[in-house]
Design a protein around this ligand. Structure first.
Ligand SMILES: [Zn+2]
Length: 325
């Protein structure tokens, strides 16, 4: 999908964006000024969500605002349209305008009391190599600390290590960590997932060990790990990754298909997963990647779905903190 969000970029990054109400609500920034969401919820774990599925309805600027309004502590910068028309078309990147956009979004978040915790580079990585450094620098400009870059599904740990090793010096200079993620392939005959890079504890460890750099960390996609056919579970992955696990993609599915639905709506049992996260003293964000969930909503009803997502993320964070069983 090609969308143009910034026909006219602001000249200054700290200019207040024009705001319009979402879903018939009053001015967005008015409702979200509680000083500390985490304290008011009685736990310290922070929540976040990818903004790509929100932006499909209302564009990135309003997506960041809406994320704050729904109650999340942070936003996850989806960069899937990088390289196509829009804020990060090749010409925009050549002119450095992608960084202006990233700074602009950062400021919108700050104006609304939230920050960017992580980002998602465009994929598949082998076809998007030219955009991985721009994705890393956009992460830094947005204020994010981790840029998730998929491994090549079919690459060996050593082959993928070459890509990460090439990117790491640049990422370090930006103050951004790179996270690799557990992937899957698909068996059309059995109609279920198949092994791919980082899909199992052994493969994920081998990928990290092949680079051996504290700035290459793990993002566990919980939905991917729970699909039958990949040969593992989220709990097994968490225990193996330990302190190297610093980011999450949280979503629910029927344990067969990659549904990317809101937690607690499908078949994944999140209680043992949260317990495993407690056991390894996970200290990162609870970041949702339930990007299929908002498809059923319209621009006018979007906030209803987004608030449900925030509640689901908050419930997970509260379970982690022991507030719920
Ligand atoms: Zn993911």
């Amino acid at each position: 999908m090609n969308r143009v969000y910034y026909p006219k970029l602001p000249d200054t990054t700290h200019e207040k964006p024009e705001r319009s109400a979402i879903g018939g609500d009053t001015h967005i920034s008015a409702a979200i000024k509680s000083p500390d969401f985490s304290e008011s919820r009685g736990h310290s774990m922070k929540t976040s969500t990818e903004i790509g599925s929100i932006a499909q309805h209302i564009g990135e600027e309003r997506a960041v605002e809406a994320t704050a309004k729904a109650g999340f502590d942070a936003w996850d910068f989806s960069m899937f349209t990088m390289g196509s028309d829009g804020w990060a078309a090749p010409g925009m990147i050549a002119a450095g305008r992608h960084l202006v956009t990233a700074r602009h979004l950062r400021q919108i978040g700050l104006d609304n009391g939230i920050l960017c915790n992580q980002s998602h580079a465009p994929f598949p990585s082998p076809k998007m190599l030219d955009y991985l450094k721009p994705a890393i620098e956009c992460t830094a400009e947005a204020g994010g600390k981790i840029c998730i870059i998929h491994p090549d599904n079919d690459g060996t740990p050593e082959q993928n290590a070459e890509m990460y090793a090439r990117l790491l010096p640049f990422a370090k200079s930006c103050g951004v960590k790179i996270a690799t993620e557990n992937m899957f392939n698909w068996d059309s005959e059995t109609d279920e997932a198949l092994f791919a890079a980082c899909a199992t504890p052994e493969s994920f460890s081998a990928h990290l060990d092949a680079v051996k750099d504290a700035d290459l960390v793990a993002c566990l996609d919980i939905g991917h790990a729970e699909m039958r056919g990949v040969g593992t579970s989220a709990v097994a992955m968490i225990h193996t990754l330990g302190e190297r696990l610093q980011a999450l993609h949280i979503h629910d599915n029927d344990r067969r298909y990659d549904l990317h639905q809101i937690p607690f709506s499908q078949s994944i049992d999140f209680a043992p997963i949260v317990k495993a996260l407690q056991e390894i003293h996970y200290a990162g964000y609870f970041t949702l990647e339930a990007n299929s969930f908002l498809r059923q909503y319209t621009e006018d009803t979007l906030m209803t779905g987004l608030r449900q997502m925030s509640e689901a993320a908050s419930k997970l964070a509260a379970m982690f903190a022991g507030a719920l069983d």
